[in-house]
Structures are given as C-alpha cells and as structure tokens.
Design a protein around this ligand. Structure first.
Ligand code: AFP
Length: 336
C-alpha cells in the first residue's frame, strides 16, 4: 500500500499551522470562512425543508434575479468577515458597493466573494459553491473601494467551497492547492486532497455550446478541432461537460484535468465576457495556476490583468496548461 502524504488527515487548523505564508490573522480568517461555509452547506442540504429555495424577488448589481440563498449566504459571509475582526472591508458579487467595517483601518485583509456561484442550479438540486479571494488591506487608514482594485497576484488566500455530493473546501495560500472534506456530523474540515494537480493535457472541455454561433473565430477553431475527434487535427476524441456552476467545473478540472471556457461573444461586443474578474476569475485562476494549470483571458494570464472596476467582467479560459496555451495561440494567430 502507498504511504499517504504526511499531512493527509490533518484538520484545517492543523494544516494552516504548517503553512509559512499564513500568519495568525490569515489563519483566523480562513477558519472563520470555513466555519461559515459549513453553515451554508447545512442550509443548502436542507433545501425546501429550510425554506431557502426560490427567488428573493430582487435583482443584484449585475441585473440578475437573486435567489433566497444568494441573499442568505451573502449576509452570512458579510457577518462572518465583520465578526472575525480580521477584515477591513468586503466586496461581493451581490452588492453594488463595498462595505467598510467600523474601525476598517484595523482589519489586515480585504475579502471578496461570490457567495453562491451557479445560482441557477439551486432550485434543481445541482452543485453550487462559494468563491472567495483575500487581498491585503491598506495599513494606517480606512479601506476604500479603490483598494480592492489589486491584480490577482496580490491575493493572499483564495479558494472555494463546493456544495456537491460532498462539501469540499479547496484552498491556496500561494504554495500549492489543498482540498478538505466537510464532515456534516460535526462540522470538521479534514485534509483529504493534500496536493491537487492538474494534468497538462486533457480530452475534456467545458463550454456552453449553445453560444457557439456567437463566439469569436479563435474559440470556434479550438472547439471545431476538438469536435472533429480522432480523424481531425487534434488526432483524439474529446468529451464535453458543463455544470453551469464554474466552481463545479473547476473542481472537476482539478480532479482529473480539462479545460473551461467562458469566452467573449458578439451578442454584447462591448462586454469582455460574462464572468466576474474579482469574484470568479482571479480566485479560481490562482487556484488553477497553483495546481499547475493555466488561466487566461485568451491573450494574457488572468492574474496579470490590472482591474479597473469592482464588478469588471472578463473572458476566461482555464485548466490543463497545454489546452489553454493552444487557445491563446489561436487568439494570437488571429490577431497577427
Ligand atoms: P450564476 O451564479 O449567476 O448562476 O452564474 C454562474 C456563472 O457565473 C458560472 O458559475 C457558470 O460557469 C456560468 O455562469 C454559467 O453560465 P450559462 O448559464 O450562460 O451557461
């Protein structure tokens, strides 16, 4: 029998204690976030029994109809951040403006989150998740909305919880990616995946094919070549998966490889993409890079993008490095 990696079986707190990049403040924040995500997981699991399904009857800043669980989980994460004492201010996909906490010059971190990613899956009992990103807060003064506009490489911690058949927390602190499984009996997180790695090549892609006619030429070319299979230019058959919750598609890619695309399309030419840079692309892009994969907007690494606004959207290609590089090459050739 193989010897298990040394940290397997650690609690989340035990794991954090071994991480040189996590100081006491960051450790306390990650533990607080994990505890709240455990509570969200319990609500998700109760579903109709907990009266948490259905619409909240309002729209968020993105113009999307909010689900009850979007609102509940958003409020829980805001409260978690404030009560942790480690956070100066939060930004959420569900909130138009950032919230600066009273005494917002003391918290060491800024927290960004998508409280419930994949909202359209909630009422049909399909996987959803919470995505978070931690950035450094300014010191000696209160945080402002402008302080959130830091590139993805400034992140101090990032990850997600996936509420699926099991609830898992996937975390990076900038030295690899670790996965923890929640025990719903006692709310404990145990390290079950000490070193998640994405294989460089794959035969699986994830994209919403119903948008095919709207894509730009480089994306069409990539998907056409994959669909041509063994007798086409790629010389191999591809499989396709699409969960409509990025967090679940990314988790599959972390588990067995694959490439995920949500590209720009011509329906709204002025909009760079559908996904949000600060709440989705940056945290998941960093997780993917830390697991040996790549994350790009088709031209440059997601993490190199200098944000200009909190709710900025972006085109996303991420996952197995060879496939991402191929999509990027198609974009560069088309631009030449
Ligand atoms: P919601 O959280 O608003 O449902 O959006 C989920 C998401 O941003 C991302 O998680 C999915 O990959 C993508 O949208 C699905 O989009 P389509 O519904 O256009 O396939």
């Amino acid at each position: 029998m193989d010897t298990p990696p040394p940290l397997q079986g650690h609690t989340l707190a035990g794991y954090l204690a071994t991480q040189a990049k996590a100081d006491a403040s960051l450790r306390a924040l990650v533990l607080a976030l994990a505890a709240t995500c455990g509570e969200i997981s319990a609500l998700v699991a109760r579903g109709a029994l907990g009266d948490v399904l259905g619409s909240a009857g309002a729209e968020n800043v993105q113009g999307e109809v909010q689900k009850k669980l979007d609102v509940i989980s958003n409020d829980m994460l805001v409260a978690c951040a404030e009560q942790s004492g480690q956070v100066a201010a939060v930004g959420s996909e569900e909130l138009e403006d950032v919230i600066v906490f009273p005494g917002g010059d003391r918290g060491r971190h800024l927290l960004l989150f998508d409280p419930l990613d994949g909202s359209s899956n909630i009422d049909v009992n399909v996987s959803i998740g919470t995505i978070f990103s931690v950035l450094p807060a300014p010191t000696g003064r209160a945080a402002t909305a402008q302080d959130f506009l830091q590139g993805g490489r400034s992140q101090q911690a990032a990850g997600y919880t996936l509420y699926g058949p099991q609830t898992v927390l996937v975390l990076t602190l900038g030295e690899g990616v670790a996965g923890f499984t929640l025990d719903p009996r006692d709310g404990a997180w145990t390290l079950t995946h000490p070193d998640l790695r994405i294989p460089r090549d794959t035969r699986e892609f994830a994209i919403n094919m119903s948008n095919q006619r709207h894509w730009a030429a480089p994306v069409r070319r990539y998907i056409d070549d994959a669909l041509a299979g063994r007798t086409g230019p790629r010389g191999k058959d591809f499989n396709m998966r699409w969960v409509a919750a990025m967090v679940a598609d990314v988790h599959r890619i972390l588990s067995r490889g694959g490439v995920f695309l949500y590209p720009w399309d011509q329906r709204e030419p002025d909009r760079p993409g559908k996904l949000r840079l600060m709440y989705e692309a940056n945290p998941l892009g960093w997780v993917v890079e830390q697991a040996g994969g790549a994350a790009s907007d088709g031209r440059q690494p997601i993490l190199d993008i200098a944000p200009t606004s909190l709710h900025q959207r972006v085109s996303v290609v991420l996952g197995s490095a060879e496939e991402v590089e191929r999509v990027v090459a198609h974009h560069h050739e088309a631009a030449a």
